[in-house]
Design a protein. Sequence first.
Length: 459
Amino acid sequence: MKRASSQSGKSTSAQAASAIRAEERHLMNTYKRPPVLFTRGKGCYLYDSTGRAYLDFLGGIAVNALGHAHPRVVAAIRREASRAIHISNLYHNPYQGPLAAKLAKWSGLDRVFFTNSGTEAIEGAMKLARLHARKAAGSAQHPPHKFLALENSFHGRTFGAVSITSTAKYREPFAPLVPGVEFVRFNDLHDLAVKFDSSVCAIIVETVQGEGGIHRVSEAFYKLARQLATRYGAALIADEIQCGLGRTGRPFAYQKFATAPDLLPDIVTVAKPIAGGLPLGAFLAREEFAQAFSPGIHGTTFGGGPLVCAVALEVLSIIEDEKLMENACERGEEICVGLAEIALRYDPIREIRGEGLMIGVELAHDGAPAVDAALAERLLINCTHDRTLRLLPALNITPRHVAEFLGKMERALIKSLPRPQLAHPPGISPAKSQNVVLPSVVSTPGHRALAAAAHAEKG
């Protein structure tokens, strides 16, 4: 038996090595991947080619909101794959209308266009905003055309999306980009007011910046953007591709600020978790803006097919049925409190930011070694904006998963610390040498109260 098992292990390793070699030979050189081949997932775990389990706290970068192989999602895929995978948007299918209605109810907006991806949703939202502005301007010689976006933003990889992405490494290799874009300093009310004028057709805001390091726009900034967009007849576009659909504990992150109908955005983009891992995105719009479109002016081949829409309906129903937005808030609190306790012991944690299960841990040094050390602990996370460890676990994680994460995370941090900071000198209290200011470490009142309690307990 042992010999057979050994032979099987060698065969599996050889297959994995062969698959990786084929990628290295034939795929374009766009991803830097560790030498691990994942073959299946179940719940909050991924399994590599040798059968080892990894706790997945990256979730396919906010895609796997229900973890892996959720039985209701699997059942929906099997059912619809045996019926019709693709029909084309020249014809009706049974699921586009009901899914659009569900998204309208969740968002407070009116109409939906389905896409293949988040970046395609951004492109469509930009087209809709500019077309609306052109039609509203009538015969004006110079209709509003300019887009405002925020510094530190990330909106996608296609030309329009990368043009409103501020980070130089994503933009500069492809210049010249789409003209008519200006960047506003993040959460700077004066800069926003100065740059917003009658030439602007839209301002686009990630309600919580993801790739930029998990930063939330302030309530004052959001409300001023809404006020100025209304004044000039421009669109307020909320990019909720990463932070939307339950991740922050609300259907949409902008709902923290949009407490009345006149505070809603005009256009909203979604993607990532909507179909549980299948490729689907959408942009939603208020009726006034949606009316700018007419048949033939915009379209897509694959967006909104029957299989993906049926699965998306099931995903949103599961989020509701299993009360996963409430779970996101509760587990997010547990994670932030646990991380705050770790921050009391280890200097390199500078700040813990986020809301619900969208969390960033900013370090004082490069985060890549911590990601590598986490992988060695069989924990999946990633690093964004050079120093921020990003956590995007499934919305259905349990307290047991949180406890497992905290143990693995602490060990990974210990392994990745620069040597002089590995331990505090004997007799020196970690809390006294820690530079983290706890009230700014976590983002919600509940987080702060629990972190303060942890701080008091540590002395």
